[in-house]
Design a protein around this ligand. Structure first.
Ligand code: PHE
Length: 459
């Protein structure tokens, strides 16, 4: 892909769906979704999240993909191509910056999956039988400064290696095998979790909304989660769409990616919450939640050690297909707009990003740089996760909608979406999407952000 001036292309509709699903499915589904749901009170969070996926996520997915396919550019270049000499390319610039900073904390958590992979291979998870013993393992793994940094670095090197070689060949092949296996494994785990003592309680927690939990910060975090999980609001889907040809049906491709991604998130909720109630862990445990809860399920299963190894291997690969898309956005910008070589850009950006990842890697016990209690009660990793993963993505999604709905125009957008004759999924379908893009999405994000700024209730 993108060798000596030519831009690459996905091998076709299926290849693209797999690559985009590879970007979407990752730690966002298996690590971030359960922990945000746990902090947001369970069922109500899940309900709002699902509404946002449908009302905001899917339309923004269509918007980003059509911007990318129409212009065949990175996020900044896409705006430049459509409206040169305006301020709009800055929206793409915000996306590039957001991608960089998401990568800087995401690679830390991805490093933890490698740590768990090594531990599961060496029997290091065997003593995780309840919430307390499992927490002790987690704390020692991520609390060691050297280890946390080394694992992050290994993950960054893997990401740089793939992005340097060009995205299409590597990612497509990896996801074709990975997705079905991951899905089956998650189904098996959910089956096991639901039959644990107390499992049903977890099921109820996940699906029964408690409307007393309703607050603007919960809405904000559900919105951020919907966008984060679908890789939206920062141009990853503009970039992936830019390697698409007109024969691909964007209606189908976009909706399938959103559907798979949401299914995987719900499935991981069906694993974590039943298991959590059965071992007596706290839903509000924060970023460590999944890492504490999962080993206890593995230890309750026959062949648990092998399953644990397989699971963490798959999770690491799922995380890799996401970090690749994050780095790709930044690299595509430097290659397209600044004329860097792909190799130069991948190494330089990966290296600088690793330096920015160190404070997050150290913030989970090794060094408490923000002091006792952190900022807004958040440690450095959580702070970045919220700023870039919730606020920046929401702002980005709002600006993309305003652009597509009002500046580029709904008519051109729908034509681009249906280019190549893949149209008329339903005429009302396109007008519904147009209304969502023009009005519903920008208004929802704006109101939420304004409320949060005015009241200062960040969480
Ligand atoms: N969607 C990815 C995940 O769920 C994370 C991601 C966010 C990737 C934004 C690209 C852009 O893990």
């Amino acid at each position: 892909m993108a060798t000596s001036g030519t831009r690459g292309q996905w091998s076709g509709q299926l290849g693209f769906i797999l690559a985009a699903a590879g970007s979407a499915i990752g730690l966002g589904n298996i690590w971030r979704f359960p922990y945000s749901a746990g902090e947001g009170g369970g069922g109500l969070f899940v309900l709002i999240y699902l509404l946002f996926v449908i009302l905001i996520g899917v339309p923004v997915m269509f918007a980003e993909l059509s911007l990318g396919r129409t212009t065949h550019r990175n996020p900044v270049g896409a705006f430049k191509a459509l409206v040169p000499k305006t301020l709009w390319p800055a929206v793409g610039g915000l996306g590039v910056i957001t991608g960089f900073f998401i990568l800087a904390f995401y690679s830390v958590v991805a490093g933890w999956t490698l740590g768990y992979l090594f531990s599961s291979a060496t029997g290091g998870l065997a003593s995780a039988v309840d919430g307390e013993s499992s927490t002790a393992i987690f704390t020692s793994l991520i609390g060691s400064p050297l280890q946390a940094i080394a694992l992050t670095a290994i993950f960054m090197v893997l990401t740089v290696t793939v992005v340097r070689g060009g995205v299409s060949s590597g990612i497509e092949r990896m996801t074709t095998i990975l997705m079905p296996v991951l899905f089956v494994l998650l189904l098996v785990l959910a089956g096991r979790a639901l039959t644990l003592d107390g499992g049903v309680e977890g099921f109820v927690y996940l699906f029964k909304p408690d409307f007393n939990e309703l607050s603007v910060p919960v809405v904000m975090s559900a919105l951020g989660q919907a966008l984060f999980s679908l890789s939206l609001g920062m141009g990853a889907m503009i970039t992936y769409g830019s390697y698409l040809s007109d024969e691909v049906n964007l209606w189908k491709a976009g909706a399938s990616v959103a559907g798979f991604d949401t299914l995987i998130a719900i499935l991981s909720g069906l694993i974590i919450f039943p298991a959590l109630f059965s071992v007596g862990a706290e839903p509000t445990a924060g970023p460590g939640l999944v890492f504490v809860v999962l080993p206890t399920i593995f230890n309750s299963m026959p062949l648990g050690e092998i399953i644990a190894f397989l699971f963490f291997a798959l999770l690491a690969i799922a995380a890799l297909t996401s970090t690749i898309s994050l780095l790709e956005v930044v690299v595509a910008y430097f290659v397209d707009e600044r004329g860097w070589s792909r190799t130069q850009a991948s190494f330089a950006i990966g290296g600088v990003c690793l330096a920015f990842a160190i404070p997050s890697a150290l913030s989970q016990g090794a060094v408490d740089a923000l002091g006792e209690g952190g900022l807004f009660g958040w440690d450095f990793l959580t702070l970045n996760n919220n700023i870039w993963g919730n606020y920046a993505l929401s702002l980005g999604a709002m600006l993309i909608c305003l652009f597509v709905g009002w500046k580029w125009g709904a008519k051109k957008f729908v034509d681009a979406l249906e280019a190549g004759g893949n149209k008329r999924f339903a005429l009302p379908g396109s007008s519904i999407v147009a209304v969502l893009i023009k009005v519903v999405c920008p208004l929802a994000v704006l109101l939420t952000l304004v409320y949060i700024v005015i009241t200062g209730s960040y969480f």
